[in-house]
Ligand binder design. Structure first.
Ligand code: B12
Length: 222
């Protein structure tokens, strides 16, 4: 079976709220020799994107979508133990969903990819106030904060964090990465909320964070 076929099967299992079938698909895809990153990027991610379209077309209820998203979360978690141990420590990063945002799937995928790439990931979870992001970054000496937001309304809450970073004198030394589908639809939002950069997906997060880390070390201001 090719990756697209696995992904279609997974989508069907998610729509049918069939948790065990979804788990089986992920296990089989991994057992067939597909790398975890590939399984997330090529099987899970496209299935969730299609799920989003079905919801937008109103072919699914919110409750159905919620259950399907829970199954996707389970499937994502199944990919974790397969990750190899870290090769090196690139440094501490703090990630989370901004205040009022509960779309955890994308953030978790980003955390997984960053962890696998050697970053020391501090994941604060959903609905994180700006103050908490900055307090944690200072506590763990992180020069990078990665904030996830999926909705136009919640993305605007990131501005509070930008203002706080600047007000407390961390401009240029703590970099603010932003991401979530809303930034892919509206790239202008990255600058509007005061982000220092974004990546379209979890696969691109490592490269983005490396670039921002190097800018932070030089104290490059936005
Ligand atoms: C699943 C889902 C949910 C689930 C979330 C479950 C969960 N545990 O995550 C549930 C059902 C709970 C939900 C609830 C709601 N949702 Co919703 N949801 C979605 C849906 C279908 C998919 C989102 C998703 O998980 N995508 C898959 C992940 C893997 O992709 P991703 O998040 O984009 O992340 C990737 C990249 O963006 C990037 N990335 C993500 N974060 C970061 C961070 C950094 C730093 C970087 C570099 C990269 C990065 O990497 C990730 C992995 O590749 C979208 C529709 C869509 N087309 O996106 C709507 C959508 C986002 N939801 C929407 C809405 C309106 C809501 C609700 C308000 C619905 C309601 N009426 O109650 C609530 C609000 C909840 C809240 N306050 O947050 C709207 C937002 C509209 C808008 N334009 O603002 C959307 C667009 C659907 C729609 N068109 O109406 N939702």
């Amino acid at each position: 079976m090719n990756l697209q076929e696995w992904s279609e099967k997974l989508l069907t299992a998610m729509i049918n709220a069939d948790r065990s079938a979804a788990a089986e698909i992920i296990s089989r895809a991994l057992a067939a020799g597909n790398d975890s990153r590939m399984v997330i990027a090529e099987i899970l991610d496209p299935a969730i994107v299609k799920l989003g379209r079905l919801w937008e077309e109103e072919s699914m209820s919110l409750a159905q979508n919620f259950v399907a998203a829970k199954i996707a979360e389970d499937a994502l978690m199944r990919c974790i133990p397969v990750y190899e141990e870290r090769l090196h420590n690139k440094g501490a990063v703090v990630i989370g969903n901004i205040e009022d945002d509960f779309h955890s799937l994308g953030r978790r995928a980003v955390g997984l990819f960053l962890g696998a790439a050697g970053w020391d990931v501090h994941d604060l979870g959903n609905d994180v106030p700006a103050e908490q992001f900055l307090e944690k970054a200072v506590e763990v000496n992180a020069s990078l904060i990665g904030v996830s937001a999926m909705m136009q309304t919640t993305a605007l809450n990131i501005r509070k964090l930008r203002n706080l970073i600047d007000a407390q004198g961390h401009t240029g030394r703590i970099k603010l990465a932003v991401g979530g589908a809303v930034f892919n639809w509206r790239p202008d939002l990255v600058a509007a909320v005061g982000g220092d950069g974004t990546a379209r997906n979890a696969v691109g997060a490592d490269e983005l964070f490396l670039r921002l880390q190097s800018e932070a070390q030089k104290g490059v201001k936005p």
